[in-house]
Design a binder for this molecule. Structure first.
Ligand code: HGY
Ligand code: MN
Ligand code: MN
Length: 400
């Protein structure tokens, strides 16, 4: 039963990259888990008779037929956020392989090239830039900047790239690879409650919020926790804490979304007043302008909080993804093929959002009955995953 083989696909990797400390799964570019997933993908694609190649930016392409222009490309990513769920990314990859398996078993002979793709570092969890593999391919990020990046442990990008099997000296815009894509279609587990509320197993994506990531660095004066009177302190962690509360206030006031999920104090001693405190802001809104406005307000409040504590603050943009409106013609083509299927906006970013500015792109969402994502409780049920592959297969059939 295709559902079994679909979830068997996920079952084959369920122990890969499990995070015993945080819970959930942690699979990041070039780490042991992600490298194992790359090997698993190559092996599973080879079982289907697909030829797998790694492009200059670490993206994996499994070709059905000779690589060439006007290809129908489908897939997603295998990396995760720290302590993330099991379906965000892998469901799209396994579903794409399953849809190809069904089409091959049915004797379909494509009239154009077909590829299943796995984009590298979609979550940006190791090097802080979302959709790194797709953004490098489209030329949307400077390869020299990427080569200069280090992860939170000081490990350089070059070492992660080498572990993942590609040469960091070669990364950069890949117009040949991009020119091969006639259409990109990504199936993804939904990461909110939309399909629960709509009571539908599958939806077509209509849009993606504008979103970005900023690092806020507060500098104060490190000192002794016991010997320093309260009035003599310049405590950057107090300023940062005030800044975090302002993040929530500003987002609520603008009906936007802003999150601080990561904060670090330096040097980080229990009996030490921090000399530095950093937090990373994830800010999102319907439009680019609204998101920029949100971040400006947050930066102003952070500066006020820093002044109040005799500290300074620096705000640095680390990643930016503009608002996405998926191509209406392609969306309607999917809806026509699938019958009554709702259109759903996405609060989550995707590689399809990066490609949408360069090639016709579309997304299918599969219901997540918990409505939770980027956490271990993320879920997709067998019956809905099968409906997702049914939808993907139907659309692919109409394109081949
Ligand atoms: O962060 C996001 O929106 C996506 O899950 N990478
Ligand atoms: Mn994600
Ligand atoms: Mn994802």
């Amino acid at each position: 039963m295709s559902g079994r083989s679909l979830l068997d696909g996920l079952g084959e990797i369920t122990e890969v990259g499990r995070d015993r400390r945080r819970g959930g799964w942690s699979r990041h570019l070039g780490d042991d888990g992600e490298v194992q997933l790359r090997e698993w993908f190559r092996e599973r694609a080879a079982r289907l008779g697909l030829d797998v190649e790694t492009d200059r930016n670490g993206n994996l392409w499994a070709w059905w037929g000779t690589p060439g222009p006007d290809a129908v490309v489908t897939g997603s990513h295998l990396d995760s956020v720290p302590g993330g769920g099991e379906f965000d990314g892998p469901l799209g990859v396994v579903s794409a392989l399953e849809a190809v398996a069904r089409l091959k078993a049915a004797g379909v002979v494509p009239t154009r090239p077909v590829a299943v793709i796995v984009f590298a570092e979609e979550e940006g969890s190791r090097f802080g830039r979302a959709c790194l593999g797709s953004r490098l391919m489209t030329g949307d990020i400077d390869p020299a900047l990427v080569r200069s990046l280090h992860d939170a442990h000081g490990v350089p990008f070059d070492r992660a790239a080498a572990a993942a099997g590609f040469d960091p000296a070669q990364i950069g815009a890949d117009p040949e690879a991009l020119a091969r894509i006639g259409l990109f279609l990504e199936l993804h587990v939904e990461q909110g409650r939309g399909l629960i509320d709509l009571d539908s197993p599958v939806a077509v994506a209509s849009s993606i919020l504008a979103h970005g990531r900023w690092r806020l660095r507060f500098e104060g004066e490190g000192n002794h926790a016991g010997a320093t009177r309260m009035r003599d302190r310049r405590d950057p962690l107090v300023a940062a804490a005030a800044g975090v509360l302002e993040v929530r206030t500003a987002a609520a006031a603008l009906d936007a979304r802003a999150t601080v999920g990561r904060i670090e104090a330096t040097p980080g001693g229990t009996n030490v007043i921090a000399s530095r405190a950093e937090f990373w802001l994830d800010a999102r809104a319907d439009s680019d302008a609204q998101t920029r406005d949100l971040v400006s307000r947050i930066a102003e409040q952070a500066a006020a909080a820093a002044r109040a504590e005799g500290c300074t603050v620096e705000v640095v943009e680390e990643s930016w993804s503009g608002e996405v409106r998926f191509d209406p013609a392609l969306r309607n083509r999917l809806s026509a093929a699938l019958g009554v299927v709702p259109a759903l906006p996405s609060g989550a970013g995707h590689d399809a959002g990066i490609l949408a500015a360069h090639v016709p792109s579309a997304m299918l969402f599969v219901r997540n009955p918990t409505g939770i994502s980027h956490a271990p409780d993320e879920l997709a049920e067998l019956a809905d995953t099968v409906r997702g592959v049914d939808a993907l297969e139907t659309v692919l059939r109409g394109l081949l």
